[in-house]
Design a protein around this ligand. Sequence first.
Ligand SMILES: C[S@@+](CC[C@H](N)C(=O)[O-])C[C@H]1O[C@@H](n2cnc3c(N)ncnc32)[C@H](O)[C@@H]1O
Length: 219
Amino acid sequence: MRKIKPKSYEYMEMLIGAESENKLLARKAADQLGLGLISLSSVEAGLLSALAEFSDAKKVVEIGTLTGLSALAVLENAGSDFKLWTLEKSPEHALAATKVLQNYISKGACEVIVGDAREKLEVLSAQAPFDLVFIDGNKAAYLDYFNWAIKNIRIGGLVVADNVFLSGAVWGESTEQKFNEKQIGAVKKMNELAFSDKNLKSFFIPTEEGMLVCKKLSS
Ligand SMILES: C[S@@+](CC[C@H](N)C(=O)[O-])C[C@H]1O[C@@H](n2cnc3c(N)ncnc32)[C@H](O)[C@@H]1O
């Protein structure tokens, strides 16, 4: 969650340029919920979009839809044989996202799944293997999401997780945004696993919030 935008972000956003009308609708809906600050910035949305495109992802799972901004980052670039399953616990957020994503939902490119992600992922396993899983939901469940993702992506597939620095809480900084021990423990364990599991090739993208990217090399 960012309150003051760093100059580097202002510079990058200036070059990235204006966002699509749909993305602006997603931001407006998030603002109306009082949650505009937790959507991906256009810089991070660009990273996610590029990771999906460069890995030729066609089956993508997203955990944490909010109002559909990050979903649009992958959908706006996708070809005709693409499917995104996006999971959201809050019925209010899911309803707003469904409006924003309606075009993609009606052509079968996107499904918004409402409920707790840990429960819904178990059902979604039937559609595996996936090409990319994007984690942006409940921080306390990040390790569970990550373990599910590495089990359910294909070899060569990607797991991408946002907010993996928890504003500095993972290296012990006391942050303005308070994270509890469960959240900090789960994100730290996920980050450690990403670099200790020999079946994964992992790297951090040092965005303001921290983005983790892992490629599955073998089972
Ligand atoms: C950081 S926001 C996602 C932002 C979104 N990816 C974007 O860039 O626009 C996190 C979302 O995860 C949802 N969430 C929280 N706990 C969840 C859970 N247990 N299962 C599914 N979604 C959850 C929240 O309701 C919220 O909408």
